[in-house]
Design a protein around this ligand. Sequence first.
Ligand code: ADP
Ligand code: MG
Length: 320
Amino acid sequence: MTAEPGAEFALIGAHFAGLGAAREDVLLGVGDDCALLRVPPGQSLAVSLDTLVAGVHFFPDCDPHALGHKTLAVSLSDLAAMGAEPAWATLALTLPASDPAWLAAFAAGLGELARAHGVRLVGGDTTRGPLTITLQLQGLVPPEAALRRDGACAGDRIWVSGTLGDAALALAELQAGRDPDAALRARLERPTPRVALGRGLRGIASAAIDLSDGLVADLGHVLAASGVGAELRLGALPLGEAVAARADWSLALAGGDDYELCFCAPPGRDGEILALGQRLGCRLTPIGTIRGDDDTLRCLLPDGTVLNPTRRGYDHFAGA
Ligand code: ADP
Ligand code: MG
């Protein structure tokens, strides 16, 4: 609650009521004690929540339109990795002050991506404090079709979408006081969630995860959940020009914020996967194989030597 409840409701009404796509399954949206949503029979609710903290997940002075986009994009990426169709969002906003220009730009960035993916904002909470943004996204997937982390099998090929390490390079450039070019910067600030890809992988992929903490850490979650190991061919990793020019494997292996999908599938599904990538205009690259002989992750350098990746994903409580 802010000091003036009237101002709080005016802020919600001006920027967040009616945000996103119109949906017939929203029986009641922003404005009551709860939203009422209709879940179709045979579908399960897929629910994901992410928090972005100023100074931890984004620069406090970053472009609010891009921040609105990224707030939803990171959750869309989670639903994509589950093979779910996004539907409804709720938003908890903690703001140091009510800045109408900032709020309008944030809501516009969030709203454009929400409409593009058929998502309706159906509720939230607004409080005063250090800038923190939490979005919960809900979607639909038949439970038997969901792309879980625990289905990878020995012999499966490992695939990734897009290119890896771009966001990590853009962040490194910004932290070094340099200005990454617009395309590289967009990979950090306006990630493209692979929603249609995740949906298309239903019935094809044996396991999937989205890459938010780096390939080694996130693929590691799939291996642990599935009780298998893997071999990655680093020479096969899809790299953009700027990342390739750095010759630094850690960008692609340990860099966060890619929001690409990493998934596994038996080699017999190669043709369908390549056709799906072509239909969606999304680069899909096989980068390795699931092994059943032990549960470690081996990385083969292009010259055939083995690299043992040590860098883990970002851990908020490391050393705490
Ligand atoms: P309550 O006191 O019942 O929790 P609130 O005063 O927090 O209600 O919110 C009033 C209405 O506005 C609710 O429907 C809530 O879901 C919605 N709401 C509050 N903040 C936001 C926000 N940031 N985005 C979208 N809806 C919001
Ligand atoms: Mg409330």
